[in-house]
Design a protein around this ligand. Structure first.
Ligand code: SAM
Length: 592
C-alpha cells in the first residue's frame, strides 16, 4: 500500500516502499506476507544461496540441470513485474583472487540476471563490489548491459562516512581497502560507459557523511535507499523514528523519486496493546507485520511533506528535460509561445515597477502633466511590456509616448489589434521592423526590452540592444547524470555542444555559482565588443569528497532599473517567476 497521496494523482515512484527479505523458496507466501503487511515490493533473493555453478560438475551436466531457482509459474507475470526486485546473490565476487569463486561469480551473475530478465522484473539489486577494485565486475556487467531489455540494475553502495573521515583527518591515511563509496560507484559506471540502465541503491547507515558529501548523490541515478532498522532511533513512546538529518535525507529522497526499502530485524519493542498480537500468521485478525512500525513512520514522513505548489506540479514533466533554447531573433515565435510568456505576471510586474521608478526619477511631480517621456519597447511581441509601461504611467501619473518595435510580422498583427481595442492609438506607435535597422525619429528616454535567455546573453540581447539595462550571467559546476545520458544518447557532437534550457532537479550543485559576463546597455564605448572570455576557479567544499562534473548550470540576473531586478540566479531569484529555467551545458572533463 503506497505511503500516501501527496496531491491528486501522485505519480511519484517514491510513494512505494519495499522490504528486503531473506532467501525463502516459498516466494508466493513471502510475497503475500509482506504485501499484506503493507509493503509494496520485495527485495528478494531469487537463487538458493548454496548454489554454486562449480558444484554442478562438468559443463555437460551443467547444461542439463540448472537447479538454481524455482519455477516462474509460482507468481503471475504482473506479480513478478510489480512486486519483486531481484537480489543478485551477495556471495558473487568477480574480482576475487580465488579462481573458482571468480569463475562461479561470472557464471552466476549472468544466469541470475538472465533469470530475472526472463521473469520481467523491473529491477535487480547487484551486490556491493567487495574490495576497492571492481574492474572485472564492471567489465562483465557492461557486457550484460549491452543486451539487457528494459530491466534496471541497481548497484548497492554504502552511504558511509568512515573512510572519508579517516582521509580528512589524515589525507595519507586512505590506503588499501579504503575508498570513498562514491569513487567506487564512479569507477564502476565509467567502465559501464554511463549506461542508463545502471543505477544506484544506497545503503543508509546510522551515521551520515557531511551534507556536501551526501549532496553529490542527487546528481546520480539513485533509485533506492535501503534503510536498516538499526539506523532508527527510539522516540519517547518506544516507536522508531529517524534523526533530524536522516529525516531531511529521506524527504529529499522522496522528492527525487527514490524508493525506500527497509531492511533488518525489528529492533524496537512496540508496546503490545498498540501494535496488536505478535502472531506471525497474516491470516489471523490483529496481525501486524514485524516491520510495520518502521513503515508507518516512513508513511508519516511522506505524508507530512509540504504539498508541491501548483506551478511546480504543472512543471513536473519539465524536470531534467533538455529543451533547445528559443531563437527569437532567427525564428518568428508562435502564438502559443507568446501565450506562455504572458502568463508570467511576476515578470511584467517587475518591469512595471522599474518603469514607474524611472518615470518618477525623470519627471518631477510638478512637471508630471507637462513633460512627456519617450519610451521604446524593443521586441514588443504581442504587447505585454507596452501594457506594463502604460500601467506604470497611470500609477505614477506621468505622460508617455511609446514606440513598440517588433520584427515578427505575425506578432505585429496582434499588436495592432491590441492598440485599437484598448484605444491606445494616440500614445503607441507600432514599428514593424528589426530594431537594428530602424532609424528612430527621436531619442528614447527609457528603453524597455526582454530579450533575455537563461544565461542572459544567449538570446542575442547584447547584439540587439547595443546602441539601459545591465545583466550578468552566472555558472556553477554540476553532477547531472540524467542530462549527460540524454545528450550522450544522440551520439553526435552537436548535442554535446548545445547549451540547453532545463528545469534542473536531479543535479548536485558542487560549488557556489560565480558571475561570468556582464553586459551594460546602452554601451557608449567606441571600443565596444560583445566578445567575452573568462577563466574561473571553483572551490568544491573540502568535505565533499571526489565528484564528477557533468557540465555547468547557467543563470542570469538583470537589473531593469536601480534596485528593480529580475533573474534566476538561485540566491536572488525572482520568486514565482517561471519564464526561465536554468541553462545546462555539457563540459568535457578532459577538456582543459
Ligand atoms: C522573448 S520575446 C518577448 C516578447 C514580449 N516582450 C513578451 O514579453 O511577451 C522577444 C521578442 O523580441 C522580438 N525580437 C527579437 N529580436 C528582435 C529584433 N532584432 N528586432 C525587433 N524585435 C525583435 C521577437 O520577435 C519577440 O517577439
Amino acid at each position: 500500500m503506497p505511503l500516501g497521496e501527496r496531491y491528486g494523482g501522485d505519480k511519484s515512484e517514491s510513494r512505494y516502499c519495499g522490504v528486503e527479505t531473506d532467501f525463502d523458496d516459498d516466494i508466493p507466501n513471502l510475497l503475500s506476507f509482506n504485501i499484506h503487511g503493507g509493503f509494496d515490493f520485495l527485495l528478494a533473493t531469487l537463487m538458493n544461496p548454496d548454489y554454486r555453478p562449480s558444484l554442478l560438475g562438468d559443463d555437460t551436466s551443467r547444461s542439463h540441470a540448472l537447479p538454481f531457482a524455482g519455477s516462474d509459474l509460482v507468481l503471475s507475470p504482473s506479480q513478478w513485474n510489480s512486486h519483486v526486485v531481484g537480489k543478485i546473490s551477495s556471495w558473487i565476487d568477480l574480482d576475487s583472487e580465488d579462481e573458482t569463486i571468480r569463475k562461479d561469480s561470472e557464471i552466476a551473475l549472468k544466469q541470475e540476471i538472465a533469470w530475472a530478465s526472463h521473469l520481467s522484473l523491473q529491477a535487480c539489486l547487484l551486490p556491493t563490489p567487495k574490495g576497492t577494485s571492481c574492474a572485472n565486475y564492471a567489465k562483465c556487467l557492461n557486457q550484460i548491459l549491452q543486451n539487457l531489455g528494459s530491466m534496471q540494475l541497481w548497484l548497492r553502495i554504502q552511504l558511509d562516512d568512515s573512510e572519508y573521515d579517516a582521509a580528512e583527518r589524515n589525507p595519507d591515511h586512505r590506503g588499501e581497502g579504503q575508498i570513498d563509496s562514491w569513487e567506487l560507484w564512479n569507477s564502476f559506471r565509467l567502465i559501464c560507459e554511463h549506461h542508463d540502465h545502471l543505477s544506484v541503491a544506497l545503503d543508509i547507515l546510522s551515521s551520515l557523511p557531511s551534507s556536501s558529501s551526501v549532496g553529490r548523490w542527487f546528481g546520480e541515478p539513485v533509485r533506492a535507499a535501503i534503510i536498516n532498522t538499526n539506523s532508527f532511533l527510539t522516540n519517547a513512546r518506544g516507536y522508531p523514528c529517524l534523526s533530524k538529518r536522516h529525516q531531511t535525507l529521506t524527504t529529499a529522497f522522496f522528492n527525487h523519486s527514490v524508493q525506500i526499502v527497509i531492511t533488518g530485524r525489528p529492533v524496537h519493542n512496540i508496546p503490545l496493546g498498540a501494535s496488536g498480537s505478535s502472531s506471525e500468521n497474516p491470516i489471523e485478525g490483529g496481525w501486524r507485520h514485524p516491520l510495520k512500525s518502521y513503515l508507518d513512520y516512513l508513511a508519516y514522513l511522506y505524508q507530512k511533506m509540504d504539498p508541491l505548489p501548483e506551478q511546480e506540479r504543472f512543471e513536473l514533466g519539465y524536470r531534467d528535460y533538455l529543451q533547445s533554447p528559443l531563437q527569437p531573433l532567427m525564428d518568428n515565435l508562435e502564438a502559443q509561445t507568446y501565450e506562455t510568456f504572458e502568463k508570467d505576471t511576476i515578470k511584467y510586474s517587475q518591469y512595471q515597477r522599474a518603469v514607474a521608478k524611472a518615470l518618477v526619477d525623470r519627471v518631477p511631480d510638478e512637471n508630471a502633466t507637462s513633460v512627456t517621456t519617450v519610451l521604446m519597447v524593443v521586441g514588443a511581441g504581442r504587447g505585454p511590456l507596452v501594457r506594463a509601461s502604460l500601467q506604470a504611467a497611470e500609477e505614477t501619473e506621468r505622460k508617455l509616448k511609446i514606440y513598440a518595435v517588433e520584427k515578427n510580422p505575425n506578432a505585429v498583427v496582434t499588436l495592432h489589434n491590441l492598440v485599437k481595442l484598448e484605444g491606445w492609438e494616440e500614445i503607441v506607435t507600432i514599428i514593424s521592423s528589426d530594431m537594428r535597422d530602424w532609424d528612430a525619429p527621436e531619442k528614447a528616454d527609457i528603453l524597455v526590452s526582454e530579450l533575455l535567455g537563461s544565461f542572459g546573453d544567449n538570446e542575442l540581447s547584447p547584439e540587439c540592444l547595443d546602441g539601459a539595462q545591465r545583466y550578468t550571467s552566472f555558472i556553477q559546476p554540476v553532477t547531472a547524470c540524467k542530462l549527460y545520458n540524454d545528450i550522450k544518447s544522440h551520439k553526435d557532437l552537436v548535442h554535446f555542444e548545445t547549451a540547453y534550457v532545463v528545469k534542473l532537479h536531479r543535479v548536485a550543485r558542487l560549488a557556489h555559482n560565480q558571475p561570468v559576463f556582464t553586459f551594460t546597455h546602452p554601451e557608449y564605448s567606441t571600443k565596444k565588443s560583445n566578445q567575452r572570455y573568462k577563466k574561473l576557479l571553483f572551490n568544491i567544499p573540502g568535505d565533499t569528497g571526489s565528484a564528477l562534473v557533468h557540465g555547468f548550470a547557467g543563470y542570469f540576473d538583470a537589473t531593469l532599473y536601480k534596485d528593480v531586478h529580475l533573474g534566476i540566479e538561485p540566491s536572488t531569484a525572482t520568486p514565482n517567476m517561471f519564464s526561465w529555467y536554468s541553462l545546462y551545458k555539457y563540459l568535457d572533463p578532459y577538456d582543459t
